[in-house]
Design a binder for this molecule. Structure first.
Ligand code: FES
Length: 322
């Protein structure tokens, strides 16, 4: 179950904002990339060997290159720091195929994109697509200041300029009002998409859900938030392989991924935190305890898939399509 990977070469680097650098990469074999959906992300393995997920932020119609942007995190364990410090034009990297958990609902009457900081990245690929299909949209971009806002020259020119609203230096206690103003005139069939720090997105979601149905509000998380176990979580349960009937015990200190690995079944993983969706497996029977941050509401309700890196079971046996 190894995910598809590509060897790529960096052919352009740009400083997009304070501590934010964009990387434009092309395949080493010279072939074009497959088309991808706006909002998609890729795994990028830095020279340190650490793999992280980054949203694609270029034009999804452009097959010659992929563009992603990386914020240098002060607390970086090697991923963003290595990409900033050890990668230059001509460097070779390994990347994964695009995966999308943050889809545009193209049939919506209006699209309201609300990003903060590095959260602009998936919204930018959506903006390219919305321009291409001549959709009605507004991109609200929140940042501490103009030096902290990425891609400003791009956003300030056609075709984006007439869709972009910049919000710099909004204080935390003024955020809800500012967001409410962004959404005040939204069409009742509009969809909202948000990406940024978790506390920012929480305010966007609260504000948007007062005006729009829950399924019209979409978000992309970069990091997992800690979650408490619910009363219905089981300390231990069995996972059964649908193909062979083989069963393995998953105890309180083991993930499903690790338990499966102990019997020689490798489930591909990337983030290990329930945000990227790499470890998704179909559920044949049983009731998952969803502890991820990437499945849609419908996927959770159907219990048809599970993210094996973090999720657990509410039923004594979970049968997976393996
Ligand atoms: S590995 Fe990323 S969601 Fe499980």
């Amino acid at each position: 179950m190894q995910a598809q990977t590509f060897k790529v070469r960096v052919h352009a680097l740009r400083e997009e904002a304070h501590g934010v650098r964009s990387f434009s990469v092309s395949r080493l074999d010279g072939l074009p990339f497959d088309a991808y959906e706006p909002g998609a992300h890729i795994d990028v393995t830095s020279p340190s060997g650490i793999t992280r997920q980054y949203s694609l932020c270029g034009d999804p119609a452009c097959r010659d290159s992929h563009v992603f942007a990386v914020k240098k995190e002060e607390q970086s364990r090697g991923g963003s720091r290595s990409l900033h410090d050890e990668v230059g034009v001509g460097s070779e990297l390994s990347i994964g195929a695009p995966r999308n958990l943050f889809r545009l609902e193209e049939s919506a009457s209006e699209h309201i994109l609300i990003g903060a900081g590095i959260g602009i990245t998936p919204l930018l690929s959506m903006a390219y697509r919305l321009v291409a299909i001549d959709a009605s949209f507004t991109l609200h971009y929140f940042a501490r200041s103009d030096t902290h806002a990425a891609f400003l020259p791009l956003l300030a020119r056609a075709p984006f300029d007439r869709h972009v609203r910049l919000h710099f230096g909004v204080e935390r206690d003024a955020l809800a009002n500012e967001l409410d103003a962004c959404l005040r005139d939204a069409d009742r069939h509009a969809h909202v998409y948000t990406c940024g720090p978790a506390p920012f997105m929480d305010v966007v979601i609260d504000t948007a859900r007062k005006r729009l149905p829950a399924d019209a509000v979409h978000l992309e998380r970069f990091k997992a938030e800690p979650q408490a176990l619910t009363d219905s979580s089981l300390d231990s349960f069995d996972v059964q392989l649908a193909s062979t009937g083989q069963t393995v015990r998953v105890d309180a200190s083991t993930s499903i991924v690790d338990a499966l690995a102990s019997i020689g079944i490798e489930v591909d993983t990337s983030c290990g935190e329930g945000v990227c969706g790499t470890c998704m497996v179909d559920v044949v029977s049983g009731e998952p305890e969803h502890r991820d941050h990437c499945l849609s509401k419908a996927e959770r309700a159907s219990n048809s898939v599970i993210c094996c890196c973090v999720s657990r079971s509410r039923s004594p046996v979970l049968v997976l399509d393996l």
